[in-house]
Ligand binder design. Structure first.
Ligand SMILES: C[S@@+](CC[C@H](N)C(=O)[O-])C[C@H]1O[C@@H](n2cnc3c(N)ncnc32)[C@H](O)[C@@H]1O
Length: 280
């Protein structure tokens, strides 16, 4: 198996799929049904014909452009192993910046039993990560896509969190009345004018409903902003993932609703990725 892993990593690197070594490990785990520790300890075992054929198919799909999460039907996010299907955005490493900022915000407030709202929950990645890290929290995830809602519900159950959260199918916060301590959202924020510049891996494999935020990418923020004063408790926080050039525009949209910018957080590439607002 160690040999197969080496060959796979080298084929992926030749095809420009980086980080090749990490992707090779994930694909081998998926093809063999072994976890990373088992792969290390059983590395000298033969792969076997069935697994080798599966790995070959995985490699061909990856080189043809399918993301690893799509091939395996699972994605790692914030230490959780989540189901992903073509109906949901494959959760991104960038979105872990939003989870980190939301956890910092929540912990600094020392809330007991915080109530969390995740708007556009998709796979439920953000909600699952927050509930997993905040054992006294409860939450609601909302998505317009019924299929995404089913995946989010399945992921809550998979992570043992279903007793602390519900998933609702609807148009943003339209049907919600309750007040929340923490509101998080990674809304679609790609400008339609940037559609032609998107990598094939994104444009061809993620649902359009998860990607595009109108002509300038800001439509969802404009749609969400007027609901926040109603939804956010005094002292609460609302954190949004943003495109790296959108911080100033998104700040203007929410400041017009009386919210103050608490922080702009950067992703691992040093680009603005999250904007946090607090309600006085
Ligand atoms: C960028 S994806 C984020 C998914 C997930 N939260 C994540 O970070 O991986 C945006 C999500 O917003 C959902 N969405 C789009 N328009 C919506 C609307 N009007 N109401 C609720 N959800 C919506 C999409 O279906 C998609 O799941």
């Amino acid at each position: 198996m160690a040999q197969a892993r080496k060959l796979l990593a080298s084929a992926l690197a030749d095809a420009g799929k980086e980080p090749a070594a990490l992707e090779a490990r994930h694909l081998l785990e998926g093809a063999s049904g072994l976890n990373s520790l088992e792969l290390l300890t059983r590395g000298d075992e033969p792969l076997g014909l069935e697994r080798a054929e599966r790995l070959q198919r995985f490699m061909e799909c990856r080189i043809a452009g399918a993301p690893v999460g799509r091939i395996l039907g699972r994605s790692g996010f914030y230490g959780l192993d989540l189901l992903v299907t073509p109906d949901v955005l494959d959760p991104r490493a960038d979105t872990e910046t939003l989870v980190n900022a939301a956890l910092d915000f929540a912990r600094s407030r020392r809330w007991t039993q915080p109530k969390i709202l995740d708007l556009g929950t998709g796979s439920g990645a953000i909600l699952c990560a927050l509930l997993d890290a905040l054992p006294d929290a409860t939450g609601i995830g909302v998505d317009l896509s019924p299929s995404a809602c089913r995946i989010a519900q399945a992921n809550l159950a998979r992570c043992g969190l279903a007793n602390r959260a519900s998933i609702m199918c609807g148009n943003w916060a339209e049907a919600l009345l309750g007040a929340f301590d923490l509101i998080v959202s990674n809304p679609p924020y790609i400008a339609l004018t940037e559609k032609s510049e998107l990598a094939e891996e994104v444009a061809d494999h993620d649902p359009a409903l998860a990607l595009y935020g109108g002509s300038d990418g800001l439509d969802c923020y404009r749609r969400l902003a007027p609901d926040l004063p109603r939804l956010l408790k005094p002292g609460g926080g609302a954190l949004f993932e943003i495109g790296w050039r959108q911080a100033a525009d998104v700040a203007n949209i929410f400041e017009a609703e009386g919210l103050g910018v608490a922080e702009v957080a950067r992703d691992s590439g040093g680009r603005d990725r999250v904007i946090a607002f607090s309600r006085p």
